[in-house]
Design a protein around this ligand. Structure first.
Ligand SMILES: NC(=O)c1ccc[n+]([C@@H]2O[C@H](COP(=O)([O-])OP(=O)(O)OC[C@H]3O[C@@H](n4cnc5c(N)ncnc54)[C@H](O)[C@@H]3O)[C@@H](O)[C@H]2O)c1
Ligand SMILES: [Zn+2]
Length: 362
């Protein structure tokens, strides 16, 4: 097992990455929390696979643990579902001295984390991520929330977990396309912060796809280290460092919207990173070799590095409405070289159009 400390000023916590961690959860949870009662919150799919294993492990360790479930899928990330969970926690006898474990992917982490942030004005919670995306991205960082009709994650709270338990054995049952989605964020971490980590992913790509446990553990731990360091520098997205995690996401969100959300998030981010490379090249910030190396890795992993021919004006309109924009100007995270990126204000929309054009598949 590897332990990555996240040294936040007021809520420092550890991320544990390794095999069999769900079975050892009681001891790890007890080291940081002594709750009256624990609710394991999971979607029905993950509950069916790991819910009882975790609940029993917690109960065997002396905790009073219950399992609470909700329907799988992004559609559950709603205030109405949060309220159903609040009521269920109350019915299960949870009180202010109780805790919650979010067992599952990013939907569960965001929804159950939001429920923990708001139930009785906030109870502590543990993240037990079971999707690669949740392990490397959503489970650390403390962003929790639900969607509104107008857009994703529009209601939420910062609520840091007391602990993250990333049991990589759970990745064995993860659908292939979900694994790929998480890998887009893995590659992104290397590009923005850490050339050696990018090389680790290049070297290990086949082993990752074959679910080799040692390689997966190294990759998850490496990503958690990068994300943890970024979050520790900029816990509430104030200094701008945390914005670097949005590499590929401004373009990516526009691609997702243009596809009517038929594209998966990871696919859109992969295309978006290539578009960001093209834009950086147009602005003289990076060289073609970086994009070619990134594209080669994405291709090996099975992620797209060209985009369908969406209407550029539609894409630009979506990007103009992106909530990350400041004072009406386009802001992009652009790569400089492998392992460094920066937030750049771009007033030249023609350069953005050109980047979009160059990203389209021939
Ligand atoms: N809070 C953050 O910082 C942050 C960051 C990135 C993404 N997110 C959010 O994360 C969500 C996406 O997360 P996701 O991709 O994990 O989605 P998800 O939680 O819906 O999981 C994807 C699917 O995989 C299933 N699943 C999960 N783990 C499994 C396992 N081990 N075996 C078999 N099936 C498994 C789930 O039941 C679900 O059907 C989005 O809502 C996004 O907004 C949040
Ligand atoms: Zn993302």
């Amino acid at each position: 097992m590897q332990t990555i400390p996240v040294p936040l000023a007021r809520h420092a916590y550890d991320i544990h990455v390794g095999r069999g961690l769900l079975g050892e959860a009681a001891e790890r949870v007890r080291a940081v929390l002594q709750p009256h009662r624990i609710a394991v919150v999971a979607d029905e799919t993950v509950a069916g696979l790991y819910g009882e294993t975790l609940r029993e492990a917690l109960a065997a360790g002396g905790a009073d643990a219950v399992l609470v479930t909700f329907p799988a899928g992004e559609a559950s990330k709603r205030l109405a579902q949060a309220e159903v969970l609040h009521e269920a926690l109350l019915a299960e006898g949870l009180d202010r001295k109780s805790a919650l474990v979010a067992l599952g992917g990013g939907v569960t982490g965001d929804l159950a984390g939001f429920v923990a942030a708001t139930f009785l004005r906030g109870i502590p919670f543990v993240q037990a991520p079971t999707s690669l995306l949740a392990m490397v991205d959503s489970s650390s960082g403390g962003k929790t929330g639900v969607n509104l009709r107008a857009g994703k994650n529009l209601v939420g709270a910062f609520h840091q977990p007391a602990l993250v338990l990333a049991d990589i054995d759970t990745l064995r049952t993860l659908p292939r396309e979900e694994l790929l989605s998480g890998l887009a964020e893995v590659v992104k971490h290397g590009v923005i912060r850490d050339a050696a980590y990018f090389e680790l992913v290049e070297t290990g790509a086949e082993a990752i796809l074959a679910l080799d446990p040692e390689t997966l553990a190294a990759v998850v731990a490496g990503s958690c280290r990068i994300k943890g360091a970024v979050v520790a520098e900029d816990e509430r997205e104030e200094s701008g460092v945390r914005a670097l995690l949005n590499l590929g996401h401004t373009f990516g969100h526009a691609y997702e919207a243009a596809s009517g959300y038929a594209l998966r998030h990871g696919e859109a981010v992969a295309m978006g990173m290539i578009a960001a490379c093209h834009l950086a090249e147009r602005l003289g910030l990076s060289e073609a070799a970086l994009r070619e190396r990134l594209a080669a890795l994405l291709r090996r992993i099975g992620l797209p590095c060209t985009a369908p021919a969406y209407d550029a004006e539609d894409l630009l309109a979506t990007m103009r409405g992106d909530k990350k924009r400041e004072r009406g100007r386009h802001r992009f995270v652009l790569p400089r070289s492998l392992g460094t990126a920066e937030v750049v204000t771009v007033d030249d929309e023609d350069a953005v159009r050109e980047a979009l054009r160059l990203t389209i598949s021939e």
